[in-house]
Design a protein around this ligand. Structure first.
Ligand code: BGC
Length: 334
């Protein structure tokens, strides 16, 4: 009986201590929340410009470099670059991404104008006040503000000249284009033809498309080689065509005598060049394209003068100049 008041005293004291702790920790939490909020708003103000960059294919070495070049500008300028692309090349999906970027009212859109259907969409964006820069593939008939990328016709000519030199002007040629519909591949084909068609010893016997996949390039090269057993040289106009061509020539035991020229210095092409299975590569500069496209867009939104057509370099890489090329690439990080 005597212990009861003492127990009550302990219970009441514990109750007040618990309330005290609760109030203290609640206040501390409020202070921390406020500090965090202040820190977030002070440290990460949203960049002034939000640009959308829409490429052809997300999981592709070439487009990964375009994206990296573009994203690099975020550390130098007041800009956020939203880079997106279909998982696999798919113009309809690419157009949907384009439309979504217009609807979300970004400050600028950089897009690969893969075919004619992109022209009305570019014009729509510009009508709605969103500047557009085309990248890699141009749409000169649209109201785009600028194009940043390879001079594709000239790059095709370079390929033709390299083939003429390396084969001493004698070759029976099969061509694997990335696509027969896309303007940049058409220009690469036209440039090539304009050079080799003047040569008596050179004949183009077949032209097919790979839809920029290695598998289709291999299938098409294989059936070409079976139909035209006299083919001595191949020209591929996109990144993975060389890999497909070499694989097809290998299965038909024609690899050693085949001359192969293809586009893009992706790692696998460089390895095949080192091994002597690819003879020459037309180099483009995807990292620089991505980077320059954002700089051009920043000039546009800031009303600064721009170069409407900004051609990034293209050149021929052969095994003989590979060491110099590697050293230059390491220095340039492209
Ligand atoms: C072209 C890109 C294309 C890529 C695919 C490049 O040579 O410039 O447009 O997406 O090849 O392989």
């Amino acid at each position: 009986m005597q212990r009861k008041p003492f127990t009550y005293l302990i219970l009441i004291t514990s109750f007040f201590i618990a309330i005290g702790f609760f109030i203290y920790y609640y206040q501390q939490m409020q202070v921390n929340d406020q500090k965090m909020q202040e820190a977030i708003t002070a440290e990460t103000p949203l960049p002034t410009y939000h640009f959308a960059l829409i490429g052809e294919e997300m999981n592709h070495d070439y487009w990964r470099l375009v994206g990296e070049g573009a994203k690099k500008t975020e550390s130098e300028y007041d800009v956020f670059v939203e880079y997106d692309a279909p998982k696999r090349s798919n113009p309809e999906e690419q157009l949907k991404l384009f439309d979504m970027a217009i609807k979300s009212k970004v400050d600028g859109i950089i897009v690969q104008a893969l075919n004619d259907h992109f022209t009305p969409m570019i014009n729509k964006a510009v009508r709605e006040g969103i500047p557009v820069v085309t990248i890699d593939t141009d749409s000169p008939g649209s109201s785009r503000h600028a194009y940043v990328g390879t001079d594709n016709y000239q790059a095709g000519r370079l390929a033709g000249e390299a083939l003429v030199t390396d084969t001493n002007g004698t070759a029976t040629v099969g061509i694997i284009s990335g696509s027969l519909d896309n303007p940049h591949h058409q220009l690469r084909l036209q440039g090539f033809k304009d050079v080799v068609e003047n040569m008596e010893g050179i004949e183009i016997v077949a032209i097919e498309e790979s839809n920029i996949t290695r598998v289709e390039a291999e299938e098409k090269a294989y059936s070409m080689l079976t139909e035209h057993q006299d083919i001595t040289a191949f020209y591929g106009t996109s990144s993975y065509n060389g890999l497909g061509i070499v694989a097809a020539a290998e299965s038909l035991e024609k690899k050693d005598d085949m001359y192969v020229i293809t586009f893009d210095t992706i790692d696998e092409n460089i390895e095949l060049l080192e091994e002597g299975d690819i003879d020459a590569i037309v180099e483009q500069h995807p990292f620089e394209m991505g980077n320059q496209s954002i700089r051009t867009m920043l000039d546009i939104v800031n009303d600064r003068q721009i170069q409407n057509v900004f051609h990034t370099d293209s050149s021929i890489v052969r095994k003989e100049n590979l060491a110099g090329w590697k050293a230059k690439r390491m220095a340039a990080n492209d």
